[in-house]
Design a protein around this ligand. Structure first.
Ligand code: BES
Ligand code: MG
Ligand code: ZN
Length: 485
């Protein structure tokens, strides 16, 4: 739920209204607000200097000053230095402004010196609340933000940026909400119903149930579902743009609605956040939801195998050998390496659909968190030029992505004595890469990108415009990527 709306408005309207004005200031530069009188600016700068305001990132100052013949409340947020200023600095500063103004008045004005879309995202991503399990802060009053524009052209551009930011934020926040849902409330069946309800806009959905999955030979995927009474659902969304699509993209998302580890049970601590193990699928859902409103020109398919990973009576046992839908046999030595098992069949399925690019997103390995921490997605690919395009989009959104090499020599780690492949490599040795190499065995496509989001998909806190829990990482980057095609 987003209690906040933003709109572009003219300077004339601003001059007739006495709601507070939020401004941004670069280090050592004072506020950038050409539309204010020099008298008002002087007063503002005097207030800032009295407060010892430097313009450091996120620094805040709030005061009253005269504006024409009225007194107005001003809230100023620092942007940091002009050198190294990015759209994300603007996004973070907007988030700081939202937090500084949230308890004040119902309406406020802002003037945006940097990237408009990023600023609006900063507001919307911070304002989003999820009332399902805990009442949101009752002291929030701010509902409407008006962005000052100085010409008809600027107003039009601003309105477009607001619309785009609204769609990006809607997708991110929905992904967060899906991840945050309590795992027992969100069986594969429930998740399927939710997806069906919200992703309708120009998108069709094929639901593959357990019986059909068995018919398709998805023995690897189904081996994970065996430990739970809740039936698995394999979803296939299809978005077709109006007119002829230039590109056909497949997005595959890991949808483990809770990862207990199965019989290779996780220790209690490691299990605490494992409702986030469907974040890959939730990312795909978030993206699919807004494609038609974003007018994406590519044909985009979302493929999400959903299942619990539980140690129920019929659970897969270490030593079991299963056959995936491409005929390859897999020796399962650790039932906690389940993500690659469900993705194996999803990637075989995707490969048959002849995409220009297949991208998978998965909270796949703890090793990715060890290697790159919580802020960086690990990428692996069989097509460097395809990855370059995604990296260019991630530069724009400032969601960090770093390539790891699919080292051929490490393939021997997943050789099995009894099957075509085994589902774990050597302990403590490039676990993210060996997982990527495992997936590659099930890809039959020229361009495939694997994104291990185990770190970025979840936060325990300390993020600028994201509360603790699911983050919606990579949703904005994928939307940026898809809308650039
Ligand atoms: N879902 C986990 C990976 C994970 C770990 C995601 C931490 C988010 C945060 C995955 O299914 C898993 O358990 N992987 C194992 C693989 C191992 C058994 C080879 C791991 O990383 O320990
Ligand atoms: Mg696991
Ligand atoms: Zn998992």
């Amino acid at each position: 739920m987003n209690p906040l709306t933003l709109e572009a408005a003219s300077i004339k309207e601003f001059n007739q209204d006495d709601a507070p004005l939020g401004l941004f200031a670069f280090e050592g530069n004072g506020v950038a607000a050409p539309f204010l009188s020099s008298k008002t600016k002087k007063e503002i700068n005097a207030e800032l200097s009295d407060a010892g305001f430097k313009g450091n990132p996120g620094e805040k100052a709030a005061f009253r000053a005269s504006d024409g013949n009225r007194s107005r409340r001003f809230i100023v947020i620092g942007l940091g230095g002009k050198k190294g200023f990015t759209a994300d600095c603007q996004r973070k500063a907007a988030s700081a402004l939202y937090n500084a103004a949230r308890k004040g008045k119902e309406t406020m004005w802002i003037s945006i010196p940097g990237d408009r879309q990023a600023a609006v995202e900063g507001f919307l991503l911070s304002a989003h609340t999820d009332p399902r399990y805990k009442e949101p802060c009752k002291d929030t009053k701010l509902q409407s933000v008006k962005v000052i524009t100085q010409s008809a052209g600027e107003k039009k551009k601003t309105a477009a940026a607001i619309e785009r930011a609204g769609l990006f934020s809607e997708a991110v926040c929905w992904t967060r909400d899906l991840v945050n849902e309590a795992p027992s409330d969100q069986s594969p069946e429930r998740l399927t119903q939710t997806a069906k309800k919200y992703i309708s806009d120009g998108v069709t959905l094929k639901i593959i149930d357990k019986k059909q999955a068995a018919k398709l030979g998805m023995g690897s995927y189904l081996s994970v579902a065996r430990g739970s009474d809740a039936p698995p659902y394999f979803l296939h969304f299809i978005y077709k743009p109006k007119g002829k699509a230039k590109k056909k993209i497949g997005l595959v998302g890991k949808g483990v609605t809770f990862d207990s580890g199965g019989l290779s049970l996780k220790p209690a601590g490691s299990m605490e956040t494992m409702k986030c193990d469907m974040a890959g699928a939730a990312t795909v859902f978030g993206v699919m939801r807004v494609l038609s409103r974003l007018k994406v020109k590519a044909e985009v398919h979302g493929i999400t195998p959903l299942t619990y990973n539980m140690p129920g009576p019929d659970a897969t046992k270490p030593g079991d050998i299963v056959r995936a839908s491409n005929g390859k046999t897999i020796e399962i030595l650790n039932t906690d390496a389940e993500g690659r098992l469900i993705l194996a069949d999803a990637l075989v399925y995707a490969s048959k659909l002849k995409f220009d690019v297949i991208m998978d997103l998965a909270t796949l390995t703890g090793a990715a968190v060890v290697a790159l921490g919580n802020d960086v997605t690990a990428a692996m690919t069989n097509d460097k030029s395809a990855l370059q395009k995604l990296l260019a989009s991630s530069k724009k959104t400032q969601e960090m992505v770093w390539e790891l090499p699919l080292v051929k020599g490490y393939k021997k780690q997943i050789k099995s004595k009894v099957a075509n492949i085994k589902n774990i490599g050597n302990r403590g040795e490039a676990g993210t890469i060996t997982a990527g190499l495992f997936l590659e065995e099930f890809v039959d496509a020229k361009s495939w990108i694997h994104l291990d989001i185990a770190g970025p998909a979840w936060t325990d806190g300390g993020q600028a415009y994201c509360p603790p829990g699911g983050t919606g990482a990579m949703v904005r980057t994928l939307l940026e990527y898809l809308s650039a095609l």
